[in-house]
Design a protein around this ligand. Structure first.
Ligand code: 1PR
Length: 557
């Protein structure tokens, strides 16, 4: 089996990349120091590879280059020597001259251009989700019929970033680069570039399902250009961020001690009959795989009773992630118990270490619930000053804000008029039990067990300032009701922040997903019970969205 050399400076989710490389038939060896870059060529030969040229070269997949770590020169030499090189995400960005994000740090400067932050006046930032990497820029017949390193104009790939290289027609092409583009709002940016021995992708091939694995394999096999069997239609190659559909599993131990996927009605997960057992809807790893194959764009696991245990007792969740990431190549989020934790022996595990355990096991994002509420309350108590010590700040500093989701569990509190409360109210079309026309959304902690004198607007604006990258917006009133999403809540939260929002709670049929995308600017929609009970598949939801003219990613075998 051939070896791929992997360099990773961000201690993020490298397990998925390793899994993806192994899935396409290669083994991974880590580059530990700059010296390894040059030495690797001599040390590792690819005994079984049919192409002798590839046998004797180093394949280096680079996720990030940090100038101070001394990798710049060895990597430049590697590329200039014509050896295969693939950069992913920051690995693409590093090939350019630099970034608005950190003007003091230079890139490798192998290509002209600098990264710019996406404009957030008209859209959420970060850009998270599935978008194209379309090589048929000029639209000429040849480019729409050829695949570059397995890239197809009608496939979608998973992106997660706030900075991108704006696309300028012809600039890189005149130097012989092939360029694949994506569009976010009205900004067209570089999704992938290739020339000679170099391929770099802004998207994550290891998180892009079969479409991404095909790119990895084509690069590692050294297959640059291939004819496509059929020319994709203009509809199939439409650019833009697709509507993200997420399958979510609430996981807990049942009364027999088994870890099961469960689902509550307004957060009550026990059966209503005399036994009152925890509702058991299946096994987490099997169900994740099933939803992946139905076309789920992301999978979320929430450990819903984590507040009772220490993370060490959570080890089964780590194993669930490890096993899931071997077969599921879309982003995985894990929530529940991400906070500073005191172990039974009194030792303290900081939240960032808890998060790291999950990232190393295959999670791409961690979702923080109760701890985010406490941290946000303290933020206001400090007169909106950041402390730098909260889980949100520390994890987003270390792993990027796109790795930190804040999960919100709000409940409606009805009031007769906005003057009856100091909280931010909305006028609602669903009046309260006594005909109240206004309500505010109260934050809760510990899975809805404890209500706080704190509203959702306060929470989301605070956690955005702390560095959260996304909001998972549940709603206790709607959870498990099959009555559709709380559109008023979603519109209200979207109006307050720029980071993406995932609408959650209440989905009962595919039309509810279409409705939330049509009537709110939500960035993604999540369903649980609808999928677990087998009433509808993710595929059916996407078919409905497509029929209503909404852009979705098709599942590829
Ligand atoms: O507080 O950081 O330890 O995180 C705990 C996490 O567990 C939070 O994300 C919290 O939302 C979740 N959680 C706690 N208790 C429950 C419960 O149900 N008893 N589940 C719970 C939250 C809500 C969604 C659900 C949607 C969609 N479940 O995950 O999937 O409401 O459901 P539907 O489509 O069937 O309507 P911490």
């Amino acid at each position: 089996m051939s070896t791929v050399h992997l360099l990773d400076h961000v201690a993020g989710n490298v397990r998925s990349l390793v899994n993806a490389i192994e899935k396409v038939g290669y083994t991974v060896e880590w580059i530990q120091s700059p010296g390894d870059v040059a030495e690797a060529e001599v040390i590792h030969t690819f005994q079984q590879h049919p192409d002798p040229k590839i046998e004797s070269t180093l394949k280096l997949i680079l996720q990030v280059v940090i100038a101070s770590a001394g990798y710049v020169e060895p990597i430049k030499q590697h590329i200039e020597a014509g050896k295969p090189f693939m950069g992913i995400c920051v690995g693409l960005q590093a090939l350019f001259e630099g970034s608005e994000e950190n003007p003091a740090v230079s890139g490798l400067g192998l290509l002209p251009g600098r990264l710019e932050r996406f404009k957030d006046e008209d859209k959420s930032v970060p850009h998270i989700g599935w978008n194209s990497a379309n090589t048929s820029n000029g639209g000429d017949e040849q480019s729409t019929q050829e695949s570059l390193y397995g890239l197809r104009p009608d496939s979608k790939y998973y992106y997660v970033h706030s900075y991108a290289v704006p696309y300028q027609e012809g600039v890189l092409e005149k130097d012989g680069w092939a360029v694949a583009t994506a569009r976010y709002g009205n900004e067209k940016f570089i999704g992938a570039i290739a020339k000679d021995n170099v391929l770099a992708t802004q998207f994550h091939p290891e998180k892009s399902g079969a479409a991404g694995l095909r790119v990895l394999k084509a690069f590692l096999d050294g297959r640059k250009v291939e004819k496509l069997a059929t020319r994709p239609s203009a509809k199939a190659t439409k650019e833009g961020l697709t509507r993200r559909v997420i399958a979510c599993m609430d996981v807990r131990t049942n009364d027999k001690g088994d870890l099961v996927v469960t689902k509550g009605d307004q957060y009550d997960v026990r059966e209503k009959d005399a036994g009152g057992e925890v509702r058991n809807l299946g096994k987490p790893v099997d169900m994740a795989r099933k939803y992946y194959e139905q076309g789920a764009d992301e999978i979320t696991f929430l450990n819903i009773t984590s507040f009772r245990n220490s993370p060490l007792a959570d080890t089964p969740m780590l194993e669930i992630l490890r096993q899931t990431s071997e077969t599921v190549f879309v982003p995985l989020t894990i929530g529940g118990g991400i906070r500073d934790t005191v172990e039974p022996d009194g030792s303290m595990i900081p939240a960032i270490d808890v998060a790291q355990m999950y990232f190393k096991s295959g999670a791409d994002k961690v979702s923080i619930g109760s701890d985010a509420v406490t941290a946000a309350e303290e933020y206001y108590a400090r007169d909106k000053k950041l402390s730098g010590r909260t889980a949100i700040e520390m994890i987003s500093q270390a792993y990027g804000n796109q790795a930190v989701v804040v999960s919100v569990d709000p409940k409606r509190v009805y009031v007769a008029s906005p003057d009856s409360t100091a909280h931010h109210t909305i006028r609602t079309s669903i009046p309260g039990p006594h005909g109240e026309e206004y309500c505010w959304y109260q934050c809760t902690i510990k899975g809805g067990r404890e209500g706080r004198d704190f509203d959702v607007r306060q929470l989301v604006t605070a956690v955005e300032a702390m560095g959260a990258g996304e909001i998972l917006l549940n709603c206790i009133d709607k959870d498990g009701t099959n009555s559709g999403f709380d559109l008023e809540l979603i519109n209200d939260v979207k109006a307050a922040i720029k980071i993406p929002v995932i609408a959650s709670s209440g989905a009962g049929n595919p039309g509810h997903f279409a409705e939330v995308f049509e009537k709110t600017p939500t960035d993604a929609a999540l369903g649980a019970g609808i999928f677990h009970r087998g009433e509808y598949t993710v595929k059916q939801v996407k078919e409905e969205l497509q029929q209503r003219g909404l852009l979705v990613r098709q599942y590829e075998e």
